[in-house]
Design a protein around this ligand. Structure first.
Ligand SMILES: Cc1cc2nc3c(=O)[nH]c(=O)nc-3n(C[C@H](O)[C@H](O)[C@H](O)COP(=O)(O)OP(=O)(O)OC[C@H]3O[C@@H](n4cnc5c(N)ncnc54)[C@H](O)[C@@H]3O)c2cc1C
Length: 284
């Protein structure tokens, strides 16, 4: 298993926060993961699971522990069912299913990160979410391997019960449906174009900062408070999309968190609405 000491995490989080971890491990299968967890527990070393780092605000302080980046990248597609490892890049997985003639995951194409991260947060786009096609999830729960039926996993808009427990997701089983693959790529390209035109993809960010309150757009509320372009240190509320904070110039985690607090306060004062974070402020 790959292990790096004094790992620089800047390239492993999409905000490009410059922080370090004492160790970074990349287990390639469940046995390696179990052995690693046991050895870390025996040595009293804390750990944090990182997927693609596209939904997290990592702390500025270095982590005196171990980052576990799951390199579980198995993929099997057979009889309208796919099994995919949690470390698989979500877009690469969707592309593979389309290559095999299946199109039901196409609307999720464009979401950065891994399959594991997407399942944990019930990632979604274009009116679909990952739980729509999820059959079951393989997890490591208190060191036991369990296959949980997706119907038995509490989930809602950008939320699942995995956010409330310590389960480590190591794979997902998806149902697949055949469709017109040429049409699917046309729709994907249109969706990617829409993202490019509406989101500040030219800067580091972690996607939408806040969830949309029911029936409302968080971006619109922030824009109406006059906050587009507002800066703290190297972090800025995007001028292109007010629900994105971008790393304009060597932003720190505390720059981003200060901006978040300012937005929450202003939207509460002017609109009477409590915005809820979609991104995760990580505490080591
Ligand atoms: C430009 C941009 C656009 C985006 N657009 C969208 C969008 O359209 N829709 C959307 O839903 N999101 C969007 N996002 C946010 C992000 O891509 C998703 O939330 C994504 O699913 C996160 O996956 P990840 O692997 O990067 O997770 P990470 O950010 O690495 O981790 C997120 C959380 O999940 C935990 N975690 C990760 N893997 C596992 C695992 N295997 N087991 C247990 N816990 C795990 C981590 O500990 C952390 O708590 C966007 C982000 C960016 C940068």
């Amino acid at each position: 298993m790959k292990c790096v000491e004094k790992a620089n995490l800047k390239q492993y989080n999409t905000y490009k926060i410059n922080t370090m971890a004492r160790f970074m491990y990349e287990p390639e299968n469940v046995e390696e993961l179990k052995d690693l967890l046991k050895s870390l527990r025996d040595k009293n070393i804390k750990y944090y699971i990182l997927g693609g780092g596209s939904n997290v605000i990592l702390p500025d302080e270095n982590f005196d522990g171990a980052i576990i980046k799951l390199a579980l990248k198995d993929l099997e597609i057979k009889d309208d069912i796919a099994f995919v490892g949690a470390g698989y890049n979500l877009n690469s997985f969707i592309k593979k299913t389309i290559d095999e003639g299946y199109t039901n995951l196409a609307s999720l194409y464009g979401i950065p990160g891994t399959v594991g991260g997407a399942i944990r947060g019930n990632a979604g786009a274009n009116g679909s979410e990952i739980f729509d096609d999820l059959v079951s999830v393989l997890v490591l729960q208190d060191n036991d391997v369990k296959l949980i039926n997706a119907h038995n996993i509490k989930h809602s808009y950008r939320h699942t019960s995995f956010k409330e427990n310590n389960d480590i997701i190591f794979g997902g089983v998806f149902k697949l449906e055949k469709g017109d693959t040429k049409k699917a790529w046309e729709i994907i390209n249109e969706n990617l174009e829409k993202r490019k035109n509406s989101q500040p993809l030219e800067y580091p960010s972690a996607g939408s900062v806040f969830k949309n309150p029911e029936g409302l757009s968080a971006g619109k509320l922030i824009d109406e408070c006059g906050l587009k372009g507002y800066k703290v240190g190297g972090a800025q509320i995007s001028k292109k999309h007010a629900n994105f904070i971008i790393n304009l110039d060597n932003a720190t985690s505390s720059d981003i968190i200060s901006l978040i607090e300012i937005v929450k306060e202003k939207v509460k004062k002017e609109k009477g609405i409590d915005l809820e974070l979609e991104q995760e402020i990580v505490k080591w």
